[in-house]
Design a protein around this ligand. Structure first.
Ligand SMILES: CC(C)(COP(=O)(O)OP(=O)(O)OC[C@H]1O[C@@H](n2cnc3c(N)ncnc32)[C@H](O)[C@@H]1OP(=O)(O)O)[C@@H](O)C(=O)NCCC(=O)NCCS
Length: 203
């Protein structure tokens, strides 16, 4: 089984690796990559609207550095190749939201990155709840949340303006008490997705 290496020195320097995948803090130099990700045609409309220029993306990252309860990660290979982004933000006490989740198509990092963001939330930050919000027509990601074991708790009608339209947001939650069983079930599948185990190892 893969060991997870936690590094925690201060906000914005939190790192976790496992499943041949690492979540490391976003840096200013990631602005172009983030802009590229967020403007991919299939991404528009699935996440909040983005800024049009790298200079504005750099400003956004600078303002993010000032927000202590906001964790924004690059999903990358252990060799440092950028694959995507993911984050934890919108804290309400010991509950927070995870999202800003985008991965370059064809990279098998969905399950590894989703498992590790929950590990960070529950095992490192000590949160009691992790919330998720998905645009109601994002059927692929709605299905991912269901398969992951998150509980659907409601739909917020017309709650976010995205790409010029009011979007309905489907709301999910995972509690720290549910997480250990979910982790037990998903950890081997994340190992397979990350290439640290094969399906035949699971039999
Ligand atoms: C969201 C995003 C990062 C997910 O990544 P993805 O690679 O598309 O994720 P998938 O749902 O295809 O999952 C990848 C594979 O992991 C495996 N997997 C995922 N969840 C699983 C589960 N619970 N059990 C077993 N296998 C699972 C499956 O093999 C799955 O492929 P399959 O659906 O063809 O069986 C990506 O689609 C993306 O960047 N989308 C655009 C932005 C977006 O919608 N972001 C989310 C905003 S809320």
């Amino acid at each position: 089984m893969t060991q997870h290496a936690f590094g925690l020195t201060m906000n914005h320097s939190l790192t976790i690796s496992g499943y041949n995948t690492r979540l490391r803090p976003v840096r200013l130099a990631d602005a172009e990559f983030i802009l590229h990700l967020r403007t991919m045609p299939h991404v528009l409309g699935t996440v909040g609207d983005t800024v049009p220029e790298a200079a504005e993306q750099r400003q956004w990252i600078e303002s993010y550095f000032e927000r202590p309860n906001d964790y924004y990660f690059i999903i990358e290979s252990l060799q440092g190749q950028s694959w995507g982004t993911i984050g934890i933000y919108n804290f309400k006490g010991t509950s927070a939201e995870w999202g800003r989740w985008i991965i370059i198509p064809e990279i098998m990092a969905a399950l590894p990155s989703a498992v590790m963001i929950h590990q960070l939330a529950f095992d490192v930050l000590g949160l009691t709840e992790l919330r998720g919000e998905v645009v109601s027509n994002n059927t692929k990601v709605l299905s991912f949340h269901r398969r992951f074991g998150s509980q659907k708790v409601g739909v917020a009608r017309h709650s976010r303006m995205i790409q010029g339209k009011w979007a309905d947001m489907v709301q999910f939650t995972m509690s720290c008490t549910q997480w250990p069983l979910v982790y037990k079930n998903l950890h081997p599948l994340a190992e397979v997705a990350g290439g640290t185990l094969t399906m035949s190892d699971l039999k």
